[in-house]
Ligand binder design. Structure first.
Ligand code: PMP
Length: 325
């Protein structure tokens, strides 16, 4: 669909996947006025197709749009765009015989007006891509290793850290390369002011499980993405009997907590990887290993509780699932 100041949103249509035509001066190519979302469509055993808390993604999309001076897309239009696309592509939603596979959905909005100059674009394009996705870990669930970057920061107060905009990810790539050079899978970003407080990974939020069963996750400071998986896990973990606290946690508390045995398990979460155990934390000069590098029991339980809801294997007592087809 296209947005212009005079007509608002118009010309919504479904087309076969193929190249977009953009002028070389399209604003997004120069000033990165762009936002996106990441979602999944899940097939249940009876053949129906569902998505998870889409109104949350729609609300975050509106918040991201506001931060990037893009027009708001109403929740109903956002959810309807997913329904129409999945309806057309329903044969591509993997069946339950493929395990935890899904149809990945990528709504995105960008400045398509052709002009050179820094101002909000007066022509904007909204689009959704659908693409079948296998389980994130094809060889079974495997703990990831994390690198603490001493150089790079992902977000600072007042910046775009809480928005899901492409520029945040462009800025995280060099840190990701640094992690790979140190044989790590992911980077953990610390806060931009004191370079001390744990924020999140490149595409996942973090949780810490203490030896006494209590759980801590970094509070929402305005510089981390408000993960929908994070929000859901806070609720599920409480229902599973864990005491859950959202507060600041420093990188030293992480390192020392693992060394002393106070922190028993660490996991990361997001739509793509669901719940992923963190096995190792490395920095310039040392490392600690969580839970012997194995998948922890609490991590496994929270992961399966969430997946059972998403794949319709248990009753959806929260009203989180939204039927698409
Ligand atoms: N943090 C970042 C930076 C992300 O890109 C994502 C993925 N959207 C997350 C956290 C997890 O968010 P969600 O649970 O909504 O997928």
């Amino acid at each position: 669909a296209t947005w212009t100041p005079g007509d608002g949103w118009h010309d919504a249509r479904v087309t076969a996947y193929g190249p977009l035509t953009l002028e070389p001066s399209a604003a997004v190519l120069h000033y990165a006025q762009e936002i996106f979302e990441g979602m999944k469509a899940y097939r249940h055993a009876d053949g129906s197709v569902w998505t998870f808390r889409p109104e949350q993604n729609a609300a975050r999309f509106v918040r991201s749009a506001r931060r990037l001076a893009l027009p708001a897309l109403p929740t109903e239009a956002f959810v309807e765009s997913l329904r129409v696309l999945v309806d057309v592509d329903q044969a591509w939603v993997p069946g339950t015989e493929h395990g935890e596979a899904s149809l990945y959905l990528r709504p995105f909005m960008f400045a398509s007006e052709a002009f050179l100059g820094v101002r909000p674009a007066a022509k904007v394009t909204y689009s959704v891509i659908a693409s079948p996705a296998g389980p994130y870990f094809s060889g079974g669930l495997k703990p990831v290793s994390i690198w603490v970057s001493s150089e790079y920061v992902r977000a600072a107060p007042g910046g775009t850290g809480a928005a899901k905009c492409g520029g945040n990810y462009a800025a995280s790539l060099a840190a990701q390369v640094e992690a790979s050079e140190h044989q790590c899978d992911q980077v953990v970003f610390l806060d931009g002011l004191e370079h001390k407080w744990v924020e999140e990974l490149g595409g996942m939020n973090l949780f810490f499980v203490r030896r006494d069963g209590s759980i801590v996750t970094p509070e929402l400071t305005g510089t981390i993405l408000e993960g929908i998986t994070r929000d859901s896990i806070v609720e599920l973990a409480k229902e599973l009997g864990h005491d859950v606290t959202e507060r600041r946690i420093s990188i030293d508390e992480w390192r020392e907590g693992v060394a002393s045995g106070d922190i028993a398990e660490v996991f990361a979460c997001g739509t793509a990887a669901v719940v992923t155990p963190v096995g190792r934390l490395a920095w310039d000069g040392g490392e600690v290993v969580m839970n012997g590098g194995e998948v922890g029991a609490v991590t496994e339980r929270i992961r399966s509780t969430l997946l059972d809801i998403q794949y319709g294997r248990t009753e959806d007592t929260h009203g989180w699932m939204h039927r698409l087809v």
